[in-house]
Design a protein around this ligand. Structure first.
Ligand code: FAQ
Length: 330
């Protein structure tokens, strides 16, 4: 086993992609299941804060755009659950782990979207942070995860732009609209910084994930990259980052920020965020409501697998099964 494990590490060091059929250490498999499934859960739970605004979008155009964005997030969940399933776990097991609190999802989605400006702030800040975090994951050593990330990153760029566009419209609007945009920035800034996870010193998984080339950069480095991008964007909007200690550090070429409230982060990741219970309760309810669809699709597919009416039916069944899965994910 030592030889297999050395050879595995040598493949990683040569930047070879690991594929589902390849031998891998159990720890590598477990780390990927944990990270990919948490990522999938985040995408799907992340549909809720914005989803509540689809019926209240201020114009038909904004409604159509938001609908497409939220639908994309469901799709991202599907690619990621698919990637996790290649590691030998079922979708049901993964969802059960989230419902019982064994698996996490991103802290950011436990905050409420109170106004339309929050939809802008989520797109601008949360999607920007997701892009900064996810671009390096396209080079993750595990093939199915890396490939899922490539497709997801392309769509996230559109998401980020729609959010910034909402913020721009509000920032150029009436005094009340500018105030709404500032208020959203005030509430989403710090939670967005927490999305990158604990500081490197407290990140329990980072060093092993670097060695396996699952992670390429530390949590702090990515957080800093996000801050350096977001501060000038806020200036263009004419909005103030809610941090009195924020300052440009010419010596390092980076913005320095005040202290992050890690107690708040711990509270949120341990299930005590402002909307934690509501988010999980909603997901449980939808999962329960969709049970009959999943059962019907499975029975239908099994019936036709039995071979009653040939390849055309098989093709139809595979489409129906996809639809059933999309429904289950939301
Ligand atoms: N929230 O040792 P580390 C999106 C946990 S998708 C909750 O540093 P790691 C798109 C961590 O799991 C957003 N828990 O862990 C969208 C671990 O606990 P565990 C999701 C967090 O894995 C936009 C413990 O703390 N993106 O936004 C968080 O090496 C708009 C120790 O941490 C991803 O999931 C957190 N923020 O690094 C959708 C990206 N941070 O598992 C809708 C993939 C840390 O031992 C609308 N994931 N924890 O119980 C990653 O890159 C990594 O997993 C990190 C954490 C960077 C999140």
């Amino acid at each position: 086993m030592a030889a297999a494990s050395d050879e595995f590490q040598a493949r990683i060091d040569r930047e070879e992609r690991i594929e589902p059929q390849d031998w891998m250490p159990e720890g590598y498999r477990r780390t990927l299941v944990r990270q990919i499934s948490q990522h999938a859960h985040s995408e799907v739970i992340g549909m809720q804060p914005e989803g509540g605004w689809i019926s209240r979008a201020p114009s038909l155009e904004r409604k159509v755009i938001l609908l497409a964005k939220v639908q994309d997030e469901g799709g991202h969940g599907l690619y990621l659950y698919g990637a996790a399933e290649t590691l030998g776990v079922s979708r049901d097991e993964l969802i059960d782990a989230m419902h019982t609190g064994k698996a996490k999802y991103s802290s950011i989605f436990n905050y409420p979207a109170l106004t339309w400006a929050d939809v802008g702030a989520i797109g601008w800040l949360v999607d920007s942070a997701a892009i900064v975090n996810q671009v390096p994951l396209q080079r993750c050593s595990y093939g199915p995860y890396a490939r899922a990330m490539m497709r997801i990153c392309k769509e996230e760029s559109f998401h980020q732009r729609q959010g910034y566009d909402i913020m721009l419209a509000l920032a150029r609007g009436s005094a009340a609209q500018r105030e709404m945009a500032q208020d959203a920035l005030n509430r989403w800034w710090w939670p967005t910084l927490m999305m990158f996870g604990p500081s490197d010193a407290d990140s329990i998984h980072s060093s092993q994930s670097f060695a396996w080339k699952i992670k390429r950069y530390g949590n702090d480095e990515l957080r800093q990259k996000f801050i350096d991008q977001a501060v000038p964007q806020a200036e263009v909007l004419g909005l103030k980052i809610p941090d009195d200690d924020l300052q440009w550090d010419a010596a390092t070429g980076h913005y320095r920020i005040g202290a992050i409230d890690w107690d708040e982060f711990q509270q949120v990741v341990s299930g005590n965020g402002p909307c934690s219970r509501q988010r999980l309760a909603h997901h449980r309810q939808v999962q329960e409501d969709g049970a009959w669809v999943r059962e019907a699709v499975a029975v239908h597919a099994a019936k036709h697998r039995a071979g009653s009416d040939g390849p055309k039916a098989a093709a139809r069944n595979s489409d129906t099964a996809q639809e059933g899965r999309a429904d289950a994910a939301v």
